[in-house]
Write a protein that binds this ligand. Structure first.
Ligand SMILES: [Cu+2]
Length: 149
């Protein structure tokens, strides 16, 4: 009896649709803009900059990043110590509800190390930003020259 079996499956189908809708609504509350990767020559690490916009009503915590073009990606923060520019690793960055956080030169950045793919200025690279509260966010970074901000 096909009609009856379809009726049985209907609640499951509806639930699936509802879950999909909730998932995409959550994804839309977080976006990364102005994403660029400053490429240095040779084996030197690249630096990734972007702005995270959290338009949701709960905080999101960035806990890491990964890219197929680099074996290792870390969260870093540049600091000045005794007049010397230095940097250190950061475990996590929290973005409060309805606010933005900017990764920029002389501040927070992604340190992209051990390049595993050929890259040149003008290319784009996909980086997955990883969060404590939600699925990773895939972001396309423009590869730019180190002379660019
Ligand atoms: Cu760094």
């Amino acid at each position: 009896m096909p009609p009856l079996s379809f009726a049985h499956r209907l609640p499951t189908l509806l639930l699936g649709v509802l879950l999909l809708t909730a998932g995409s609504a959550a994804a839309a509350s977080l976006e990364a803009t102005d994403a660029r990767l400053r490429l240095l020559p040779g084996d030197l690490p690249g630096a990734g900059y972007f702005t995270l916009n959290n338009t949701g009503d709960t905080p999101v915590t960035l806990t890491g990043a990964a890219s197929e073009a680099f074996d290792k990606v870390m969260l870093h923060q540049s600091i000045e110590e005794d007049g010397m520019a230095n940097m250190h690793a950061v475990d996590a960055v929290e973005v409060a509800p309805e606010s933005t956080f900017t990764f920029a030169p002389k501040g927070h950045h992604l340190m992209l190390m051990q390049r595993s793919a050929d890259l040149s200025v003008g290319d784009s690279v996909t980086v997955e930003l990883e969060f404590q509260q939600r699925d990773p966010l895939k972001v396309t970074f423009d590869v730019v020259s180190p002379a660019e901000r």
